[in-house]
Design a protein around this ligand. Sequence first.
Ligand code: SAH
Ligand code: SF4
Length: 366
Amino acid sequence: MPPAPPNDLFSLDLEGLTAAMAGWNEPAYRARQVMDWVYRRRVANPAEMSDLPRILRERLAEEFPGRPPSVARVQGAADTTRKYLFALADGRFVESVLIPASPALYGEPSDRRTLCVSTQVGCAYGCKFCASGLDGWTRNLSPGEIVAQLLAVENAAKEKVNNLVFMGMGEPLANYANLLRTIRILNAPWGVGLGARHITISTSGLAPQIETLAAEPLQVRLAVSLHGATDAVRNEIMPVNRRYPLAVLLAACEKFSRLRKQKITFEYILIAGVNDALDQARLLASHSRRLGAKINLIPYNTVEGLSWVRPPEAVQERFLSAVKAGGGLATLRREKGHDIDAACGQLRLQTERALRTGSDAPTQSV
Ligand code: SAH
Ligand code: SF4
């Protein structure tokens, strides 16, 4: 295992900080004061928390030396999708994508400013079409490194994010404990204050973790990256399907919908010649009907170095019509400007490869 990042303030919840500070003989209200600095006044450096005693400021800095990620690069104009490349304290990189309010997004009118955050450096799941998994998995992000992506983007963009999706680099359900801690911090009134209904977890299909998540008292939404309506197609592009084949995955999804009383979403990227045939559309519709699930059809975004491409628009539209004709609840993402909205993981891949010193990526068991 790679070394864990040092403790950082953003990784703590109020209970954790209160407990830590009780051990230093600090009164309980001090923890709230610190959270107020971090989440309301947006000050991360204890040295600047001017109403705390000096000795406490020093202790905080000492006990929580972890530095939040810093923005290394921004791509995209103010009124379009913007991509942020973050440098982590250990020199690794991850990406976040800010998607501005768009009436076309997900097919419904919306004033949502959606942020897509990363949960791991790299990804162990190795989907054949995805930039994030190309160099394997390096490490999990701490809750603080995930929360700090939102704080830094809000700070840089000078606007509030009101919708958050775990659809950046990494498989969120493979970093389960940190994901849950992150969500608690995002939800909390002393923290970011973002409602669970405005948070979506996307997974490539980790069936056992979907079932565990179903039992949590959390109203987060779930999106499942299906990308194929049969085992044959999923096996070709998503190695995770050999471990959790469709029947197992769909059973877990069904359980999630039932327990949570919530519609899940199937993400389905359209890749020319791979998963865009009409038999897939018909089967996809039948899975969607069975689970009452919504379907997001997303034209594939080309990844540097990979040969997959999206089908022509006419094929995309025909696929959409076939899904709808089969009774599936589907929308097709048609908005322009996909080049940057594209394929989270590419900016980081270019940057890390350029800086690489030759060491192999560690492995995470899948
Ligand atoms: N690991 C999780 C979440 C991160 S990926 C998952 O796989 O669901 C977020 C979404 O982006 C997934 O649906 C993934 O399949 C999709 N994706 C990956 N590469 C893409 C590309 N080049 N074009 C379009 N979508 C892509
Ligand atoms: Fe990992 Fe998701 Fe990319 Fe698959 S699609 S490699 S699970 S980030």
